[in-house]
Write a protein that binds this ligand. Structure first.
Ligand code: SAH
Ligand code: AVI
Length: 722
C-alpha cells in the first residue's frame, strides 16, 4: 500500500499513534451504529451472491484485523480457528474459505458470537495500538481501516438490496438524508493536454491508484453535475430501454435477459415511479441524480444524449481542478475506462497483494464516491470498480462530450477542405469559401482586424448593442437559450448577457475550435451561472442542439454582418435553416452592415497596417500547412474592391506573376494578374435586408441603425406561415 510521507507536516501519515487508536475506535463503533436498526434475522440473509449478510461483514472486517495485524503478534490467540475458513473473503494465499454465494447459510456462529469476536479483536488491537508499532504495521492498520470503511459502504448497499426484495420495502435507515437536487449540470470546457493522474504520494492510497503517471487528453467538456432522474425519465420516455441502437451488444443482451426497464430500485406505481432507498420507498425526484444504474445503462444513456462517459483520466483531471460538483456525495460515476493496472503498477507483496490487482479484468472503473461512502474515505485518485452489469452499488452518471467532433470528423473536415480547394482552384474563376480563413491564426487575425482604425463594423455594432441591449432583450423569456452563429470571441454576446440575466444557457457555434475554446473559457470565468455549451461546426449545415436545451425558449444571435459573407440564395437558405433550428417561435437578432460611401468601405477591407491582407493570405498559409501546398505568399497581392452591382465588398488574392502551385495532390496554374476570389461582404439597406428576411420566413420586429458609418441590428421573428 502506498503510504509515503506527506510533504505537509501534520497530515495522516505523520499523525501520532493515539490518533490512529482514535480512528480505529471510531471506525469500529460506526460499523455497529450502521447495523443498529437491523434485527438479527436481517443480518443473516444473503439476497444475492454479490451481496453479503450484515453479520458476515461484521465478522469479515474483524477477521481482517486479526489476520493481518494480530496473528503476527507474539502471544495472540485467534478467537476461533474456524473463523479463518468462514470469514476469509477471497485471499487464496490464506487458504480455503466459505463459498461467496453461501455466506447467507452461516446461521452459526450466531450474532452474539460475532459481537464477542469483534470485542475480542478490538481489545487486542487497542492494546497493540497503545504500543510503539512499526511502519509496516501502521501500513497494515491503515489498510484495515480503509478496508472496514469499504465494508461500511457494502453493508448499506447489501442491506438496501435485501430490503428492496421485501414487499414491505422497509427503511434500513429512516433518517438517512435525501440526495442533493438543485440546478441541472453545466458542461465545463477542459482544455486537455498532458495531465498527471494517480496518487500523488501523500497520505494513504490503495496500490491500484499508483504509480502516478502522465496521460494525454484531447480537449473535452464535462458536466459539473450528475445526470438526474428527470433526464432518465426522458430517456425512458424516448424508448431508451427498447432501442437496440443505443446499447452495447452485451448491454442489450442484459436488457432483454433481465427485463430492465428502469434503474435497479425503481418500481412503477399508480402514482408514478418510486424508488427504494435507505429511507424506504420514496417518489422518484426529477432533480436528484439517478442512482443504481449499470455501466451498460450509463453508456446507452450517454449515447442517447449525444455524449459519452468520461475516461478515468478525464474525470480525475477535472475533479482535481475543482471543476466538478457532486463528486463524492451522491453516486459513484461510471467511466469508460476498463479497470487495468496503471503503467508500472506493482501489487503489494504477500496476501495483501490480492487486495486489488487480481481483479483487473472484466470490470469498469467508477470514480468519485457516494452517499454511502464514509466521510474522508475517498480521494480524487480513488478507483472503484464493478462489472458492467452490476447496479446494486450506488452508481450514477456524469457525461462528457468531445469538443472536437472526433478524429473521424477531423479527417472528414480535412477531406472537405481538400475537395473544396481542388474544386475552387480548378474553376475558371478561382474562388475559395471565406470559412477557410478561420483556423486559430485566422481567428486571431480577424480579432486584429477588428482593432484596426479602418474596420468600423465591430466597434459600431458593439456600441449599438450596448445602447439598445435593454430594449433588445426585454422580451426574452426566462431560462432562455442564446444560440450564436459564428460566435468567434463572443465579445458582442456580453452586451446581451449583461442586459438579460434570464438567458441561462449559451450555445456558441463556430467553425474555429480554437476561438470557441478560448471564448468558452473566458465566459465560464466571467459568467459562472451561465451554462455554456460550445458546438464546433459549420453553421451552414444543420447543427444539432444539445438535447437538454431543445425544449427551452431559443433566441438566435448572428452579429458581425457575417450574413453578408453569403450570396443572396445562400443567405436565404441559411436563415431558413436557422428558423427551422430555432423553432416556430424563432427570434433572431442579426447584425448587418449598411451600404455606404466606397472610400469608407474599401479602407475597412484594406487597412494601412496590412492586417486584412495577412488575413486574406491566411487561407494560402492553411493550404500550405494542411494540404501540402506550395503557395508563395509574397507572390500574391491583397485586393479589396467595391462591387456596386452586387452591393458587396470583395476580397481577392491577385497573382503577381505566372506561376504553378501544388496543393492537395493537384497542380494549379495562375496567370499574372489572375484573381482568386476569397470573400464577399454584402452590404444592405433596411429594405434589401427586409426582403431577404421575408424570403426566409422572418418579419422584422424592429431595426436599430447606428449613426454613420451605418450598421444595423434587426430583431426578426418567424412568420407563422413560411
Ligand atoms: N460574431 C463575431 C465574429 C465574426 S467573424 C463578431 O461579430 O465579431 C466570423 C465568425 O464566424 C468567425 O469566428 C468564423 O470562425 C465563423 N465562421 C465563419 N464561417 C463559418 C461557418 N460556415 N460555420 C461556422 N462558423 C463560421
Ligand atoms: C466576418 N465577416 C463579417 C467579416 C467581413 O467584414 O466580411 C470578415 C472580414 N473580412 C475582411 N475583414 C473582415
Amino acid at each position: 500500500m502506498n503510504t509515503a510521507p506527506c510533504q505537509i507536516p501534520g497530515q495522516m501519515r505523520a499523525a501520532p499513534q493515539d490518533s490512529l487508536l482514535d480512528l480505529y475506535v471510531a471506525l469500529r463503533a460506526r460499523t455497529l451504529d450502521l447495523v443498529a436498526p437491523l434485527s438479527p434475522e436481517d443480518m443473516v440473509v444473503q439476497s444475492m451472491p454479490d451481496a453479503s449478510p450484515a453479520k458476515w461483514h461484521l465478522a469479515h472486517t474483524t477477521w481482517f484485523f486479526e489476520t493481518f495485524l494480530l496473528n503476527g503478534q507474539p502471544h495472540y490467540r485467534p478467537f476461533d480457528p474456524d473463523y479463518a475458513f468462514l470469514f476469509n473473503s477471497y485471499y487464496e494465499a490464506l487458504g480455503p474459505r466459505q463459498p461467496r454465494a453461501q455466506r447467507g447459510l452461516l446461521t452459526r456462529p450466531p450474532l452474539d458470537a460475532i459481537i464477542a469476536y469483534r470485542r475480542h479483536v478490538d481489545t487486542h488491537m487497542q492494546a497493540l495500538l497503545a504500543t510503539d508499532i512499526d511502519e509496516s504495521t501502521i501500513d497494515l492498520l491503515r489498510l484495515g481501516l480503509a478496508h472496514e470503511e469499504q465494508h461500511q459502504e457494502l453493508l448499506l448497499m447489501d442491506i438496501l438490496h435485501l430490503f428492496g426484495q421485501s414487499p414491505l420495502r422497509p427503511a434500513a435507515a429512516p433518517d438517512w438524508p435525501g440526495d442533493d437536487g438543485g440546478r441541472a449540470g453545466r458542461f465545463q470546457l477542459r482544455p486537455g493536454g498532458l495531465v498527471d493522474i494517480g496518487h500523488s504520494g501523500c497520505g494513504f492510497a490503495f496500490d491500484n491508484e499508483t504509480p502516478r503517471h502522465k496521460v494525454w487528453l484531447q480537449p473535452f467538456e464535462i458536466s459539473d453535475r450528475l445526470v438526474t432522474n428527470g433526464d432518465w425519465l426522458a430517456f425512458m420516455a424516448d424508448g431508451g430501454y427498447a432501442r437496440a441502437d443505443l446499447w452495447l451488444s452485451d448491454g442489450w443482451a442484459h436488457v432483454q435477459a433481465n427485463g430492465w426497464q428502469a434503474p435497479a430500485y425503481w418500481h412503477a406505481t399508480s402514482e408514478g415511479w418510486r424508488e427504494m432507498t435507505l429511507r424506504g420507498s420514496v417518489p422518484v425526484a426529477p432533480d436528484t441524480p439517478v442512482t443504481h444504474v449499470s455501466f451498460y445503462e450509463a453508456d446507452a444513456f450517454a449515447r442517447w444524449s449525444g455524449a459519452r462517459l468520461p475516461t478515468e483520466a478525464e474525470w480525475e483531471a477535472a475533479a482535481s481542478d475543482g471543476a466538478l460538483e457532486q463528486v463524492d456525495t451522491v453516486a459513484w460515476q461510471w467511466t469508460a475506462s476498463a479497470y487495468l493496472p496503471y503503467p508500472g503498477f506493482v501489487p503489494g507483496s504477500g496476501a495483501v497483494g490480492e487486495y486489488n490487482g487480481k481483479f483487473m479484468s472484466g470490470q469498469m472503473v467508477l470514480r468519485g464516491g457516494c452517499a454511502f461512502t464514509p466521510a474522508g474515505h475517498v480521494r480524487t485518485s480513488y478507483r472503484n470498480f464493478f462489472r458492467p452489469e452490476q447496479r446494486w452499488m450506488r452508481s450514477g452518471v456524469r457525461l462528457v462530450r468531445d469538443l472536437h467532433a472526433g478524429v473521424a470528423a477531423t479527417d472528414r473536415d480535412d477531406a472537405t477542405f481538400a475537395a473544396d480547394v481542388v474544386a475552387g482552384l480548378s474553376a475558371r474563376q478561382k474562388s475559395l469559401s471565406p470559412k477557410y480563413f478561420y483556423d486559430a491564426t485566422g481567428s486571431e487575425l480577424f480579432e486584429a482586424i477588428c482593432r484596426t482604425p479602418e474596420y468600423y463594423p465591430t466597434r459600431t455594432e458593439s456600441a449599438l448593442l450596448a445602447d439598445i441591449a435593454v430594449e433588445l432583450t426585454a422580451t426574452i423569456p426566462a431560462d432562455a437559450v442564446l444560440v450564436e452563429f459564428g460566435s468567434g470571441a463572443s465579445d458582442k454576446t456580453r452586451r446581451l448577457l449583461d442586459a438579460a440575466p434570464q438567458i441561462t444557457a449559451y450555445v456558441p457555434i463556430d467553425i474555429s475550435d480554437d476561438a470557441l475554446r478560448q471564448a468558452t473559457l473566458r465566459l465560464n470565468r466571467d459568467y459562472p451561472d451561465l451554462a455554456v455549451t460550445p458546438v464546433v461546426g459549420d453553421f451552414t449545415t444543420v447543427v444539432d442542439l444539445p438535447h437538454a436545451l431543445r425544449d427551452r425558449p431559443l433566441v438566435g444571435f448572428f452579429p458581425g454582418s457575417t450574413i453578408g459573407n453569403f450570396s443572396v440564395p445562400e443567405a436565404r437558405q441559411l436563415l431558413r435553416n436557422m428558423r427551422a433550428m430555432l423553432g416556430t417561435d424563432a427570434r433572431l437578432i442579426i447584425g448587418a452592415d449598411m451600404v455606404k460611401d466606397e472610400a469608407t468601405l474599401v479602407a475597412a477591407y484594406n487597412d494601412a497596417a496590412g492586417v486584412t491582407a495577412e488575413f486574406n493570405k491566411n487561407v494560402l498559409r492553411r493550404i500550405n500547412t494542411e494540404l501540402g501546398g506550395t503557395f508563395d505568399l509574397n507572390a500574391f497581392d491583397h485586393l479589396a474592391i467595391w462591387n456596386a452591382e452586387y452591393a458587396r465588398m470583395e476580397m481577392h488574392l491577385v497573382s503577381r506573376v505566372d506561376q504553378i502551385v501544388h496543393a492537395a495532390g493537384h497542380t494549379f496554374a495562375f496567370k499574372a494578374g489572375e484573381r482568386l476570389h476569397t470573400e464577399n461582404s454584402h452590404k444592405f439597406t433596411p429594405q434589401s435586408f427586409g426582403a431577404l428576411a421575408a424570403e426566409a420566413g422572418f418579419t422584422i420586429e424592429r431595426v436599430w441603425v447606428s449613426a454613420a458609418p451605418e450598421f444595423a441590428v434587426f430583431s426578426l421573428k418567424a412568420c407563422l406561415k413560411a
